[in-house]
Design a protein. Structure first.
Length: 690
């Protein structure tokens, strides 16, 4: 067989420019990079050619439904790297690429400057320039064509001195005019069109609060969605902007789990909300003890008026008495004895749940029905979804489903609850999930946290993966929280809320310091809300509600904490104290950037101290004058000097500082010299300690 690899017909000998290493690019352009509405999307590429000719490059971009490309010139950086920026001014998907070509007139102009400086004879070179300008005039229109034609005639007028003519042709305005009418016949266009998915602002910056509606009733009484509505002021007071509810659907009765995950339920046991479906309906129904579909719509509207988005849990699994089981038995996997395979994660067994068989012959109908579940709740006003265990469903389904939903509703947000291997978590993000749970709960040592932050905040991961840090969930009560007491709850809260722009807590278990495990070595809660109704006394004096509210207020007031891109790990000479900063540029030239330096004591039992390094030049802080470190948690103000400063954190007072650094103290304030004493912080722990 003839080898066609070097067939000359594959080549355009006049196409000399090479375009490589275009960024952002996820998996060679297989998936879109992710940005937020209003972002300036920075595109870079290597653009090079043989020889020494001057090159031109443009960034091409368009919204996915547009036919015409918009273009902006790319600027050369160094080492053949070029850059340009476009603004993501619409939700949805943008397409972009890079085109480049050789610019003969710019090359002529550059060389002519050198020839004139060397005093060379430029008569022939002037005629070459005239030919190039005449060719540009042929491509141009209107006044531009007339001006270019006149310049060409002037340059070839041999009655005048060639050097004088050439100098006039070096006019920068003429160069700009000629560049506006290039010959792009043999331009190189990057080999594939790349994409950027533009999501709403809450995809990058959000604070989630999870609660079980059935626990909001009076003691011993099943709560309702109307009780959740009455609870909205509390969620707003805490400063959360996403309220997440576990599944609100009817709960199966067959093989229902009992309290503390007992295999069989006792009379009166309410079962797990994730055992979805009963005679009352399935994924498009509401548990009758909670209310109605109209109550969900009303709750979403009421929450939005208070600056809170309602998030619903979507769990694609069913209880044995879900209507799907009778209507579509082929959607489930049968065992050799004829029974349906229930969910397992050996040695764990979930007899109250049947997983869907995504290898069913009827997979198209299954996909369409599951997509319709999302669409149903979108129609009720829900725009945010937490998706349960998406890694146990086929990847192709998620790409298809989320892609279709985003095309119709580009303001949707999907949080992936996939505590699984990193590459699977990453794949789900590439397929369309907006945010993802992470390993934060189990990253506990300083080196682990630092390493994880670097991984999540830098490309290529940062181009598609948006982490959400949760110190606890209904499934996760880490040993740290079981044994670390109040200081540990506070330190994990502050780490989650300041390390990443998206975070959440499962409450009221978190603010009320619920820390008892079901048994030693377990991460399951004793008396877990997953299987029973709990009654929470929100007015208990040890509640963390005030410190949570303060942390969330700090996040809202400081743009640096609303993104992950600028995070930097700082050196501090103590392995029990972690230090990191985030910076947001000033929106006003007369203002200073928003600089937040967070320091957290990872030891819940002992005072820890150390000297922290502040890179003054990089942060724009004075090297030869004092600057202020304002502790936003307790409102103390410290006068710091130089790159190294001393900090001391007492976990029984407050285990962290969230410091705003600025060159000078605001007018009317005096900053104490040195660190000061932690006891002056107004955010000190109430009496009683742990």
């Amino acid at each position: 067989m003839r080898d066609r690899g070097n067939d000359i017909r594959r080549y355009d000998g006049k196409r000399r420019v090479i375009i490589e290493c275009v960024r952002p690019q996820v998996d060679c352009g297989r998936f879109p990079a992710k940005r937020i509405l209003g972002d300036r999307v920075t595109v870079e590429a290597d653009v090079l050619a043989d020889g020494h000719d001057v090159l031109r490059a443009v960034l091409r971009w368009r919204y996915r439904t547009e036919r015409r490309w918009r273009e902006t010139p790319m600027e050369p950086l160094d080492n053949d790297r070029w850059r340009a920026i476009f603004t993501a001014d619409r939700l949805g998907k943008f397409v972009f690429g890079v085109a480049a070509w050789v610019d003969p007139f710019a090359s002529w102009r550059r060389d002519m400057e050198k020839r004139l400086a060397a005093g060379q004879d430029v008569r022939v070179d002037a005629l070459t320039g005239a030919m190039l300008l005449a060719a540009a005039a042929d491509r141009a229109r209107g006044a531009d064509a007339r001006q270019l034609c006149a310049a060409a005639e002037d340059l070839q007028d041999e009655s005048r001195d060639a050097s004088e003519r050439a100098r006039r042709a070096l006019d920068p305005a003429l160069a700009t005019l000629a560049a506006a009418w290039p010959d792009r016949t043999h331009e190189t266009v990057f080999e594939r069109e790349l994409e950027v998915q533009v999501d709403p602002v809450r995809a990058r910056f959000s604070a989630w609060y999870e609660l079980f509606p059935r626990s909001l009733g009076k003691a011993g009484v099943h709560g309702t969605l109307r009780d959740v509505e009455a609870h909205l002021p509390y969620v707003r007071e805490l400063g959360f902007d996403v309220l997440y509810l576990p599944p609100v659907h009817p709960i199966g009765r067959t093989r229902r789990k009992g309290m503390n995950n007992r295999e069989s339920a006792a009379p009166g046991d309410v079962g797990s909300p994730w055992g979805i479906g009963a005679a009352e309906g399935g994924h498009k129904a509401v548990h009758p003890d909670l209310g109605t579909v109209e109550d969900v719509r009303r709750l979403a509207e009421k929450a939005r008026t208070q600056g809170i988005e309602l998030a619903l849990d979507v769990a694609f699994q069913v209880a044995p008495d879900h209507p799907y089981v009778a209507e579509h038995p082929d959607w489930f996997r049968a065992r050799p004895d004829g029974t349906i395979q229930y969910a397992e994660n050996p040695p764990k067994k979930y007899q109250d749940i049947y997983p869907f068989d995504f290898e069913t012959e009827d997979w198209k109908a299954l996909w369409q029905e599951l997509e319709s579940v999302f669409e149903f709740w979108v129609e009720q006003g829900v725009r945010t979804f937490r998706v349960d265990n998406p890694h146990t469903k086929t990847f192709a389904f998620w790409e298809w489903c989320i892609g279709r939903l985003n095309a119709r509703h580009p303001d949707l947000v999907f949080l992936s609850e996939a505590f699984t291997r990193p590459r699977i978590m990453h794949r789900l993000a590439k397929l369309g999930f907006t945010q993802s749970y992470t390993y934060f709960a189990w990253r506990q040592e300083k080196w682990e946290l630092e390493e994880y932050l670097r991984e999540l905040s830098t490309p290529p991961v940062a181009d598609f993966f948006r982490p959400s840090f949760w110190p606890n969930t209904p499934d996760i009560l880490t040993e740290q929280l079981q044994t670390g007491g109040r200081p540990m709850f506070i330190s994990r809260l502050i780490l989650a809320a300041t390390m990443t722009a998206n975070y959440g807590i499962y409450g009221p278990a978190f603010e009320l310091l619920d820390h008892a495990p079901r048994e030693p070595g377990s991460e399951e809660y004793l008396h877990s809300e997953k299987y029973q109704i709990r009654h929470w006394d929100l007015k208990r004096p040890e509640s963390l509600r005030h410190i949570i509210a303060r942390v969330n207020a700090i996040r809202r007031e400081n743009p640096a904490l609303q993104t992950n891109e600028s995070i930097r790990i700082h050196t501090i000479d103590n392995d029990q104290v972690i230090a990191y900063s985030k910076v947001a540029p000033a929106t006003d030239p007369e203002e200073h950037p928003n600089i937040i330096l967070t320091l957290v004591n990872l030891d819940p039992d002992h005072v820890q101290s150390g000297w922290v390094e502040v890179p003054l030049a990089e942060l724009g802080l004075p090297a030869d004058a004092p600057y202020e470190a304002h502790d936003l948690l307790g409102d103390a103000r410290y006068r710091w000097e130089g790159a190294w400063n001393y900090v001391e954190l007492n976990p029984r007072v407050l285990p962290a500082h969230i410091l705003r650094l600025a060159p000078t103290a605001p007018p009317g304030h005096s900053a104490p010299r040195g660190h000061g004493t932690p006891e002056r912080s107004r955010a000190a722990l109430p009496a009683g300690g742990r």
